[in-house]
Write a protein that binds this ligand. Structure first.
Ligand code: SF4
Ligand code: SF4
Length: 307
C-alpha cells in the first residue's frame, strides 16, 4: 500500500452523466485494485432518487464496505456528528442528510479525503475542513492531490498508462471483457458456499427422479467452478485471454505494440477469426491508429457482437 490513509469515495462520483469526474472516479477505483490506495466506498440510500446513474457494482461495493450498524456515539463525538449534520442541512433542499453526515464523520475518524460530486457536501467543504479536518474534493481534484503526494514512478505509471495496459494487441480493451466484470465473482462464491452448506448435490440427486434436470446438477456445479476460475484471467499484454493466440504471437514477434502498427491489418487472416466474435476490431484498430493509445478508448466499439 503506497498511500496509507483510507480514502472515502461517494458512490455519486460514478454518475455516468458527470464527465470527466466519472472517469476520474474509475481511475481512483483502479488504484484500489492496484493496491495503491485503500478506498471505502460510501452510498447514501436516502439520496438514491437524486443519483440514479451510478453502475450497480459501485452501489454493491459501497454496501459491502458499509458497517452493519453505525457506531453509537457519546459526548464530543456525538456533538460533532450533530454539527456535521446541521452544516449539511443548511445547503440541502430537503434536509435529509443523516447518512451523508455519518459518512463524513467516519472519514474524520479513519481518513482525510472525502471524494464526492455531491453539490451539498461540496458547498460545505471549507466549513467541514474547519469543523472536522476532512478534505472534501472532486475525484479529479483528489487525483491531482494524490499525484503530488506520491511522486513515484509507479504512481505515474498507474495513472498515465491505463490505456496501454488494457489495450490488447488485436484492438480489444481488456476491461470490457466479460471476465473483467468484478461483480460476478463474489456472487459465484456466495452461491457455491450456500449450495455446499445446503448439500444441494444430495437434494438434487433425491429429486432427480421427479425432475430429470436435477440429475445434471454436477454440470452446474462444474460451471460455477469454471466461472470462478475466470477471475484469474490476466490482461492480454500479460499473457491472459487466449494462451496460444496467434495474433499476439505475431505482433510480439514483429515488436509491435499492437496490430495498428502493422500495414496488413485490413487484410490480415489472423484477425478474421476474431472478427466473427468481435466485429468492431477493425474499427478499434483504425481509431487507435488515428487517435493514439492514450485517447482512443472514448471512441471504442462494443466488445462483443451481441452488445
Ligand atoms: S490474446 Fe489475442 S485475442 Fe485475446 S485480446 Fe490478446 S490479441 Fe486479442
Ligand atoms: S499480421 Fe499484422 S495485423 Fe495480422 S496479427 Fe500480425 S501484426 Fe496483427
Amino acid at each position: 500500500m503506497m498511500y496509507q490513509d483510507k480514502v472515502f469515495v461517494d458512490s455519486c462520483s460514478f454518475d455516468s452523466a458527470l464527465n470527466p469526474e466519472n472517469k476520474a472516479a474509475h481511475l481512483i477505483h483502479n488504484l484500489r485494485k492496484q493496491k495503491v490506495i485503500d478506498i471505502q466506498f460510501v452510498h447514501s440510500k436516502e439520496k438514491e432518487d437524486r443519483y440514479t446513474r451510478m453502475p450497480d457494482w459501485v452501489v454493491d461495493e459501497a454496501l459491502s464496505d458499509a458497517r452493519e450498524k453505525p457506531e453509537l456515539l457519546e459526548g464530543e463525538e456525538k456533538v460533532l456528528l450533530e454539527n456535521i449534520e446541521s452544516l449539511l442541512k443548511v445547503h440541502s433542499a430537503n434536509g435529509v442528510v443523516a447518512q451523508d453526515a455519518q459518512h463524513i464523520w467516519d472519514c474524520h475518524k479513519s481518513g482525510i479525503y472525502f471524494v464526492t460530486t455531491d453539490e451539498v457536501i461540496l458547498k460545505c467543504r471549507d466549513d467541514l475542513m474547519e469543523l472536522c479536518s476532512v478534505i472534501v474534493c472532486l475525484p479529479s481534484d483528489f487525483l491531482n492531490r494524490l499525484e503530488k503526494i506520491i511522486k513515484s514512478e509507479f504512481f505515474m505509471f498507474s495513472i498515465k498508462s491505463e490505456e496501454r495496459v488494457y489495450t490488447s494487441y488485436c484492438g480489444l480493451y481488456c476491461r470490457d471483457c466479460i471476465p473483467a466484470n468484478d461483480r460476478m465473482y463474489p456472487l459465484v462464491r456466495k452461491l457455491k458456499i450456500l449450495m455446499e452448506e445446503l448439500q444441494f448435490d444430495k437434494y438434487a440427486e433425491a429429486i432427480s427422479s421427479k425432475n430429470a434436470i436435477f440429475g445434471s446438477y454436477h454440470i452446474f456445479s462444474d460451471m460455477l467452478d469454471a466461472l470462478e476460475s475466470l477471475e484469474t484471467c490476466d490482461t492480454c499484454k500479460r499473457g491472459g485471454c487466449n494462451p496460444g493466440c496467434f495474433v499476439r504471437e505475431c505482433a510480439v514477434n514483429r515488436n509491435y505494440e499492437g496490430c495498428w502498427m502493422c500495414s496488413q491489418y485490413k487484410s490480415c487472416e489472423l484477425l478474421e477469426e476474431l472478427k466473427k466474435l468481435h466485429p468492431g476490431i477493425e474499427y478499434n484498430i483504425d481509431i487507435i491508429k488515428e487517435e493514439g493509445l492514450a485517447n482512443w478508448t472514448r471512441k471504442k466499439k462494443k466488445h462483443y457482437r451481441w452488445e
